[in-house]
Design a protein around this ligand. Sequence first.
Ligand code: AMP
Length: 280
Amino acid sequence: MEVIGTTADPLAFVRRSAKYRVLVPTMGALHQGHATLLRMARDAAGGAGEVWVSIFVNPLQFGPGADYERYPRAQNADEELCRGAGVDILFRPHVAEMYHDDRSIVVEENSLSRTLCGRSRPGHFAGVCTVVTKLFHLLAPNAAVFGEKDFQQLAIIRRLVRDLDFDIEIIAAPTLREPDGLACSSRNIYLTAEEREQATVIRAALSEAAQLAAAGEASTAKLLECTRRRIESAPLARIDYIDLVHCETLQSQTEADANSLLAAAVFFGRTRLIDNLRLA
Ligand code: AMP
């Protein structure tokens, strides 16, 4: 595995290599959820292709007072996980190289970004779209893998690729969970033991509402009420949002149907966790 730490090198690598490249963009502190993406990237790349991973804690996507400074950085462990997963190239640029002090271009999506996390985290998805655009230009992948855990991000990246004509296949990876149902996340390590125990309520609440929907309940109000009540049964949980949206437009729905996605963001202390579930 080659480790590239500067934005100058990837272009040289890209020019040298005519191989099919599959990129997995991450912010590091890699866990088993990321490992799922790496496996899917390996499958998509095949024996002859290459798996590229980027690790970049992108300051643009953190709001003021968010956890940019304390976001976990685990350089050695990340490298080891990548090596073990058969990654070919690890791209780990410095912030100062990625962003000029006087940069003045931002890539902004203006529809899907307005709901769910976009409402609670203004500017977040513009930060994501800007960095992903840069990574796509720098690394010129043929395909890129994103996780369904960040469902809104995945939808926005698909829109980015469509609207800006990137010739890149977007591959969606299912959410990997801990045995008790909590979605794997780099932020789970922030949780105290008590918060960690109670955080399982998010998935449990989404599943309960999904069961209700499967039993015939279509009223969004009732499904959201069921989700809310279950989450609020955990004393340490503070709901940021819960919503039922169309899985492609991400607009709120008044009635659940086969395209519905139930999504939640919940604080435990200062840690904000997100999760979602498609209603079958
Ligand atoms: P992050 O490092 O948190 O920015 O995540 C990098 C990629 O991994 C994103 O595409 C995420 O959606 C994906 N990801 C993070 N956690 C999980 C998980 N538990 N299951 C599947 N994909 C995940």
